[in-house]
Design a protein around this ligand. Structure first.
Ligand code: FRU
Length: 472
């Protein structure tokens, strides 16, 4: 279906209860609906937004276009959880309805001030001749809805284009800082910083000076935080060409670690690393609570058609991951609370050949000897997702060439990471796989759209142990 502008930029306010019911029924009839991931009730989900711990719970929002699987008028949808595993549906929280966000309440972050959850997000406005204007807006959560507080940053500083968005706010030494994704007028990407003491007046501090001067045409969704005494800057650069095994998705998402000097704005850092070597990961956001830094990403990418489109919905968020820096390596582990979903084991075997029937949704842990192996998931007569390891080259390859309904094949059907594999930790849901390698040294996230029917897990190699738990 081709969506006209009028159809794309319809607000939820103009949709009847009956129409929503029809969309809901269409979505509910879809195969591949998730069991334990955050997914939209209808329409399209993209970036995680406003992630913050507030009033005894984690609050998480996401970019949402309610009416179909396209990037139309973005609202914010709200869920919350006490344990990062079971999420309460809190419904729509932000409906764009002012001039500044007339064409979308784009991505932003959450922060708590005086016991009130605040957010700063990008108002996306288009003029009649479709010229974009971005501004950064502060809102507060009251009675389940985000109400506008003020337009914090109404304009773009000289030297940057209207691709200026996704503010991430944090407090430090009595000041609020906002880091914003930007594009210079010469069409290269970067991030810039603002500071405020009262949330009303925001001073433009300038650009964060990294060693990545020429690195794509736009940096989206920045996030910066301290982890084990170092700074981590996460962002999602667009316009990076493939290089060996890296950068094969349409857009990338990664990080640098180092030291950010808030006086000089110089960020001294190590090389850029991808956060995830899978096919479907973008625009992550983190929050901190109880000394833990938790990351959630969008399990999808822009400008790609997915098989669920025909059921009127698209995408989900990744599982929450806990971050730490250990010997300079950014570790990403599934949050321990995930164990609460275990419903009993479906496999607990060691050997050189293992072949068992698997449930639809599960967790699987595998310890290997370091030799070559092939692990097949979602295996039927003629489909399977193959995870292959070659000891000689240390290449770990995820192959979804024949893993169900094909999509996005123009970006390739395999992803490879060079890593000495000792263990895999997998989470399989109805249409996704998240694969943590060596206790969080690397992660691969991917969507997969298998046919119906019984599925198996099959291992062939030198010898491994597999333990798996069925999930709710
Ligand atoms: C990233 C992004 C953000 C923007 C949002 C709009 O996926 O393009 O830069 O704020 O999505 O939905």
């Amino acid at each position: 279906m081709n969506w006209t502008k009028a159809e794309r930029y319809r607000s939820l306010r103009d949709v009847s209860a009956l129409e929503m019911e029809v969309l809901r029924a269409k979505t509910a009839a879809s195969p591949w609906r998730f069991g334990y991931h955050i997914q939209p009730p209808t329409g399209l989900l993209n970036d995680p937004n406003g992630f913050a711990y507030y009033d005894g719970e984690y609050h998480l929002f996401y970019q949402w276009f309610p009416l179909g699987p396209v990037h139309g008028l973005k609202h914010w949808y709200h869920v919350s959880s006490k344990n990062l595993v079971h999420w309460t549906d809190r419904g729509v929280a932000l409906v764009p309805e002012t001039k500044e966000d007339s064409h979308g309440a784009y991505s932003g972050s959450g922060f708590v001030v005086n016991d009130t959850l605040h957010v700063m997000y990008t108002g996306n406005h288009r003029t009649d001749d479709w010229t974009r204007h971005a501004s950064q807006i502060i809102g507060v959560l009251r009675d389940g809805m985000i109400e506008r507080r003020n337009v914090a940053i109404p304009d773009i500083p000289v030297g940057y284009t209207e691709h200026f968005r996704d503010p991430k706010v944090w407090e430090e030494d009595g000041s609020y800082y906002a880091i914003v994704g930007a594009q210079r007028t010469d069409e290269t990407g970067c991030v810039v910083l603002y500071r405020s003491t009262d949330l009303n007046d925001w001073t433009f501090l300038g650009e964060v000076k990294t060693e990545l001067e020429q690195f794509g045409y736009m940096w989206e969704c920045p996030d910066v935080f301290e982890l084990n005494g170092r700074h981590v800057l996460i962002f999602s650069p667009q316009g990076i060409e493939p290089e060996g095994h890296r950068y094969h998705n349409i857009y990338q998402s990664g990080y640098v670690t180092g030291t950010l000097d808030l006086e000089t704005l110089v960020f001294t850092h190590e090389s850029f690393e991808e956060l995830d070597f899978g096919f479907d990961f973008y625009a992550p956001q983190t929050t901190e609570h109880d000394g833990r830094r938790i990351l959630v990403g969008w399990m999808g990418l822009p400008e790609i058609e997915y098989p669920t489109d025909r059921y009127g919905w698209a995408h989900a968020l990744t599982l929450p991951r806990e971050l730490s820096l250990e010997d300079g390596v950014l570790k990403q582990r599934p949050v321990l609370e995930m164990e609460q979903l275990r419903q009993g084991q479906f496999v607990n075997e060691s050997g050189a050949h293992i072949d068992v029937v698997s449930p639809e949704r599960y967790e699987l842990k595998m310890l290997t000897s370091g030799e070559d192996f092939e692990l097949e998931l979602l295996k039927t007569e003629d489909e399977s997702l193959v995870i292959r390891y070659e000891k000689d080259t240390h290449e770990l390859t995820i192959d979804r060439t024949n893993a169900g309904e094909p999509f996005a094949t123009e970006f390739g059907t395999t992803r490879t990471k060079v890593i000495e594999v000792t263990s895999l930790h997998l989470y399989v849901d109805s249409s996704s796989v998240e694969c943590f390698v060596n206790d969080g040294d690397a992660v691969a996230t991917l969507r997969v759209f298998p046919s119906g029917g019984e599925k198996r897990v099959r291992y062939v190699g030198d010898g491994a142990s597999l333990v798996g738990w069925k999930f709710e």
